[in-house]
Design a protein around this ligand. Structure first.
Ligand SMILES: [Zn+2]
Length: 501
């Protein structure tokens, strides 16, 4: 026998990719060729595989060895194919019958001594295998718990190339991954912490229910950051598919949390001095996700958004539109997931610095100019505009005497109900959220939209603005369990639109 084939997996961007590894052993000058668009790391892999095979006590074939990685057009990165290359090669010599590895994805880097070393991104790799119908995986022991997080995956672990050879040849047992307990994921913050901001909390609830991007403008001390940080606590928990996507990004970055799949929507708040790479990702070799991808399926919070360089804000336009980051690299374009809910916060003017003297001496023109920095790419995508006032001692005292502030669980329950109503309504159109709905679907009876038409006639509302108002009106109706928005809902939505100016 001179040909063998096994399954492995790697990464393209942050997505797992199943790769077939073929070995062909032919007569001819002894050499070791690896083909299938290898990068520099794969050339190093050749040296590691040769040493590992010899040090495992196996005979290196005095033949022409060709290893081919498929699909060929996909650029292979990293060292996760080592184990599969070594096993395919031994299979090709005929001395290792590979039937026991049918449907099994082999992942791991080999040390020169034949030890199996952990790799980053095992979670998305195993998930890709399961999606393709390959339900078994053999991974380095250190990666076992992570691999086992993938629902439906039968994971075994090995410490060395020898472990895998003995399993194939003699049926020796492989390791079983230590189970990670998907323990409780207690939120450290709660909406109940926010007193005296009932209207702001209502607007956040709309944002959560409809998936609307939100802009907040208010002086320091108005609670903008406090509110934004609590938005994830009223969003629905991530389902299996989303949880794997979110956890995969952490897996690739080597930041996997200790226990189980991430179920809580993430919250990322990059500073306005962040580099574009820190925001959207970058790096050579294995890609480094940026804040946009770490916020995937969660909230991206841009505090003091007017302080971000315009060019940096500009880089957010395309990801917000498409839900992915596209990174141009030397020979390819890598896409990273980036479906985020955007929340921005700004002070009303430049002089209102946190902790400083908040007495404002800015002219109206200066104020307009400052907020004008937000226009363009971001403002265009934002459905909700919230004006906040500084929380006064009086309102806090008033809140204390009133009923206790609503907590996240209560608000999350209404959000879930509203989302279910929207998903059911848009089911045939393929939308999950009101924020995704297009104009044709949003039309309302004339009686409900009298105010909107008046604002259009007086030039206060553009066609694009109308769509945003209607989307929000539907969300407000969903939150109160109404089948269709009424005039009140439209008026409330209109107020949230006009607060932009
Ligand atoms: Zn000022």
């Amino acid at each position: 026998m001179s040909y063998a084939r096994v399954l492995s997996a790697g990464l393209t961007g942050t997505a797992g990719q199943v790769v077939e590894v073929e070995a062909d052993i032919a007569f001819g000058l002894p050499q070791f060729v690896v083909s299938g668009l290898p990068d520099a790391a794969l050339h190093e892999s050749r040296d590691r595989v040769r040493a590992a095979v010899v040090n495992a006590g196996e005979e290196w074939p005095a033949r022409r060895v060709t290893i081919n990685l498929l699909p060929a057009p996909v650029r292979k990165q990293g060292s996760s194919y080592d184990l599969a290359i070594a096993i395919a090669l031994l299979g090709g010599t005929g001395r290792l019958p590979l039937a026991p590895l049918d449907g099994t994805v082999l992942i791991g880097e080999l040390g020169l001594d034949g030890r199996l070393r952990p790799v980053r991104g095992v979670l998305p790799m195993v998930a890709a295998g399961v999606r393709a119908g390959h339900l078994r995986a053999i991974v380095p022991t250190v990666n076992g718990g992570e691999a086992a997080l993938v629902p439906g995956a039968g994971v075994r672990t090995a410490d060395s190339l020898n472990d895998v050879i003995r399993f194939v040849r003699d049926g020796a047992a492989l390791g079983v991954p230590a189970a990670r307990r998907p323990g409780p994921d207690p939120a450290t913050v709660d909406m109940a912490d926010v007193a005296g901001q009932e209207y702001a909390k209502f607007v956040l609830e709309i944002a959560a229910a409809g998936g609307h991007h939100l802009s907040m403008i208010g002086p320091p001390g108005a609670g903008k950051t406090m509110l934004a940080a609590r938005l994830p606590t009223i969003l629905p928990a991530l389902d299996d598919t989303d949880a794997i996507e979110v956890t995969s990004i952490l897996s690739i970055a080597g930041k996997l949390p200790g226990d189980g799949l991430v179920r809580r929507p993430p919250f990322m708040a990059p500073h306005h001095t962040s580099s574009p790479a820190a925001l959207i990702g970058g790096g050579s070799g294995l890609v480094r996700p940026g804040a946009l991808s770490f916020a995937h399926r969660g909230v991206l919070f841009l505090d003091e958004v007017a302080e971000f360089p315009k060019a940096v804000l500009e880089t957010l336009r395309q990801p917000l539109e498409e839900g992915v980051v596209r990174l141009g690299r030397t020979r390819e374009i890598v896409t990273l997931p980036a479906r985020v809910q955007l929340v921005t916060a700004a002070n009303p003017c430049r002089c209102a610095k946190p902790g400083g003297d908040t007495r404002c001496e800015c002219t109206p023109l200066e104020r307009r100019r400052y907020l004008g920095r937000l226009s363009g790419p971001l403002l265009d995508r934002i459905d909700l505009h919230l004006r906040l006032e500084a929380v006064t001692a009086a309102s806090l005292l008033g809140a204390e005497s009133a009923a206790a502030p609503e907590d996240s669980a209560t608000m999350a329950a209404r959000v879930a109900q509203a989302r279910a109503a929207a998903a059911e309504r848009w089911r045939t159109r393929g939308w999950r959220l009101n924020a995704e709905a297009d104009r044709s679907a949003l039309a309302l009876p004339d009686a409900a939209t009298a105010d909107v038409r008046h604002r259009i006639d007086t030039g206060q509302l553009s066609a694009r603005g109308v769509v945003r108002v209607l989307r929000v009106a539907w969300t407000i109706a969903d939150l109160r369990g109404a089948p269709v928005p009424g005039r009140e809902d439209v008026t409330t939505a209109l107020g949230l639109r006009l607060a932009a100016h």
